[in-house]
Design a protein around this ligand. Structure first.
Ligand SMILES: Nc1ncnc2c1ncn2[C@@H]1O[C@H](COP(=O)(O)OP(=O)(O)OP(=O)(O)O)[C@@H](O)[C@H]1O
Ligand SMILES: [Mg+2]
Length: 285
């Protein structure tokens, strides 16, 4: 569904590559997580997958990016966005600036596609319900909190029903409840067959929702694996990504001989529970 071959990229007026010889293959209907330290190039990669590079940012690009059968550099941005949606990192910048209410803002992209009014209204109601923003529909998109704007930004992309959705730190402005809701929405999109690529620092949630996780560091995708294995990998510390409290605590327990040497380290609470149960029974409690 998504294929990057030997992709290298430098921003305009710079003399260094942000990404160098990147290869990536993503299957349809999967959820892929991509992690990387600040400045590693996550946003750049998100813009490449969704055609914003080279159509908006320009710069020097080599290699090919194919999404949903379309070579991104060969089609217009208007064509690209019918295949892949991008939820950008800063929700404020996602707002069109052309509309006075959230309702109009959500309908904006559909209007451009010439979707009939009735259907537009139905889709706005549906997506607003999904993200819990029905109460905001008559408000100005600018008179919202950062978290509310982020939900509107996500909704404005989901409503387009593209087969591929790329989300660049989509929960950065949200509290834990809002974050969980957005991840639940991602689960239902996945059930509906949407291919998702999520750039996210919240490793426990990525563990729960992503099938495969890739690591971006040193201008390349340098490691990948199933979310449980990849997110418990001790090298994540060296790459500036960190680890979850469950991985940390279990790693200490293992070093002290309280857990078996070859135990698979947990990433989330769900991973940890069976492990700690074994640990308790071994101690005879
Ligand atoms: N428009 C631009 N022009 C020149 N350099 C840029 C531009 N945008 C980003 N960069 C540089 O490219 C590199 C990667 O930036 P990018 O925003 O992709 O990183 P990121 O992993 O998304 O970081 P963060 O976690 O902070 O969002 C950084 O060194 C950054 O300074
Ligand atoms: Mg970024």
């Amino acid at each position: 569904m998504i294929s990057l071959s030997d992709v290298s990229y430098a921003y305009p007026d710079t003399d260094h590559y942000v990404l160098s010889h990147v290869d990536l293959g993503i299957e349809a209907g999967t959820v892929t997580g991509i992690v990387g330290a600040s400045g590693a190039g996550k946003t750049t990669l998100a813009k490449l997958i969704s055609g914003f590079i080279p159509h908006v940012d320009g710069g020097e690009l080599s290699g090919t990016v194919v999404v949903d059968g379309v070579t991104m550099a060969e089609v217009t941005l208007a064509e690209a966005v019918s295949h892949v949606g991008l939820v950008i990192q800063s929700p404020f910048n996602q707002i069109s600036g052309a509309k006075f209410t959230v309702r109009e803002e959500l309908a904006f992209g559909l209007e451009n596609l010439g979707v009939p009014r009735d259907e537009m209204a139905e889709r706005v109601t549906e997506v607003a319900g999904l993200l819990g923003i029905t109460g905001l529909l008559d408000r100005s998109p600018y008179a919202l909190s950062g978290g509310q704007q982020q939900l509107v930004a996500i909704a404005s992309m989901i409503i387009m029903r593209t087969p591929v959705l790329v989300m660049d730190e989509p929960t950065s402005q949200l509290d834990p409840g809002g974050t969980r809701m957005v991840f639940d929405v991602m689960s239902s999109l996945r059930d509906a067959g949407v291919t998702l690529v999520i750039f996210e620092h919240k490793l426990e949630l990525l563990r729960e929702h992503a099938d495969i996780v890739h690591v971006l560091a040193d201008r390349q995708l340098i490691a990948s694996g199933p979310s449980r294995t990849m997110l418990a990998d001790p090298r994540l510390e060296d790459w500036g990504i960190g680890s979850t409290r469950f991985t940390d605590a279990s790693s200490i327990a293992r070093d002290r001989g309280l857990l078996g040497k070859d135990v698979e380290l947990p990433v989330s609470l769900d991973d940890a529970i069976p492990l700690y149960r074994d640990f308790r029974s071994a101690k005879g409690n």
